[in-house]
Design a binder for this molecule. Structure first.
Ligand code: ZN
Length: 88
Protein backbone atom coordinates (compact mmCIF):
# COMPACT_ATOMS: atom_id res chain seq x y z
CA UNK A 1 0.00 0.00 0.00
CA UNK A 2 1.16 3.51 -0.82
CA UNK A 3 2.74 5.57 1.94
CA UNK A 4 0.23 8.32 1.25
CA UNK A 5 -2.98 6.44 0.81
CA UNK A 6 -6.02 8.72 0.84
CA UNK A 7 -9.70 8.03 0.27
CA UNK A 8 -13.14 9.62 0.52
CA UNK A 9 -12.27 12.79 -1.40
CA UNK A 10 -15.33 15.07 -1.35
CA UNK A 11 -16.39 18.71 -1.23
CA UNK A 12 -16.90 20.68 1.98
CA UNK A 13 -15.28 20.25 5.38
CA UNK A 14 -16.14 17.64 7.99
CA UNK A 15 -16.14 18.27 11.75
CA UNK A 16 -13.87 16.79 14.42
CA UNK A 17 -16.36 14.00 14.98
CA UNK A 18 -15.43 12.52 11.59
CA UNK A 19 -11.75 12.70 12.50
CA UNK A 20 -12.46 10.83 15.73
CA UNK A 21 -14.19 8.05 13.81
CA UNK A 22 -11.38 7.81 11.27
CA UNK A 23 -8.68 7.65 13.94
CA UNK A 24 -10.29 4.58 15.47
CA UNK A 25 -9.44 2.79 12.23
CA UNK A 26 -5.96 4.16 11.61
CA UNK A 27 -6.84 7.09 9.39
CA UNK A 28 -7.37 10.80 9.90
CA UNK A 29 -9.55 13.52 8.43
CA UNK A 30 -7.94 16.17 6.26
CA UNK A 31 -9.88 19.41 5.74
CA UNK A 32 -8.33 21.52 3.02
CA UNK A 33 -9.25 24.78 1.34
CA UNK A 34 -7.81 25.61 -2.05
CA UNK A 35 -6.59 29.22 -2.27
CA UNK A 36 -8.60 31.81 -4.14
CA UNK A 37 -12.31 32.33 -4.60
CA UNK A 38 -14.66 30.24 -6.71
CA UNK A 39 -18.05 31.48 -5.47
CA UNK A 40 -17.82 34.93 -7.07
CA UNK A 41 -18.00 36.90 -3.82
CA UNK A 42 -14.29 37.59 -3.69
CA UNK A 43 -13.56 35.71 -0.46
CA UNK A 44 -10.24 36.76 1.03
CA UNK A 45 -9.75 33.94 3.52
CA UNK A 46 -11.63 30.70 2.95
CA UNK A 47 -13.99 30.35 0.04
CA UNK A 48 -16.71 27.81 0.90
CA UNK A 49 -16.65 26.61 -2.70
CA UNK A 50 -13.01 25.65 -2.38
CA UNK A 51 -13.39 23.42 0.67
CA UNK A 52 -12.49 19.77 0.26
CA UNK A 53 -11.97 16.91 2.65
CA UNK A 54 -10.57 13.43 2.51
CA UNK A 55 -9.13 10.78 4.78
CA UNK A 56 -5.49 9.81 4.98
CA UNK A 57 -4.17 6.56 6.39
CA UNK A 58 -1.79 7.14 9.30
CA UNK A 59 -1.31 3.62 10.68
CA UNK A 60 -0.33 1.36 7.81
CA UNK A 61 0.52 -1.55 10.05
CA UNK A 62 -3.09 -1.96 11.13
CA UNK A 63 -4.95 -0.54 8.13
CA UNK A 64 -6.28 -2.56 5.23
CA UNK A 65 -8.48 -1.57 2.31
CA UNK A 66 -11.54 -3.07 3.95
CA UNK A 67 -11.38 -0.27 6.49
CA UNK A 68 -12.02 2.32 3.79
CA UNK A 69 -15.60 1.10 3.54
CA UNK A 70 -15.94 0.87 7.32
CA UNK A 71 -14.77 4.45 7.86
CA UNK A 72 -16.96 5.79 5.05
CA UNK A 73 -19.96 3.91 6.43
CA UNK A 74 -19.41 5.11 10.01
CA UNK A 75 -18.95 8.71 8.90
CA UNK A 76 -22.05 8.55 6.70
CA UNK A 77 -24.01 7.06 9.60
CA UNK A 78 -22.81 9.84 11.92
CA UNK A 79 -23.79 12.50 9.38
CA UNK A 80 -27.21 10.91 9.10
CA UNK A 81 -27.64 10.64 12.85
CA UNK A 82 -26.64 14.22 13.60
CA UNK A 83 -27.90 15.77 10.36
CA UNK A 84 -25.55 17.87 8.31
CA UNK A 85 -26.08 21.14 10.17
CA UNK A 86 -25.44 19.59 13.57
CA UNK A 87 -22.60 17.34 12.47
CA UNK A 88 -19.86 19.35 14.10
ZN1 ZN B 1 -15.62 32.73 -2.51
Amino acid sequence: MSEHYSFGFDSGHLPARADKIARKYGARLVNFTFPGCSCGHGCHDECPENRRHWFRVIRYDSFDLGMVDVVMEKVAAAREAYKLCEFK
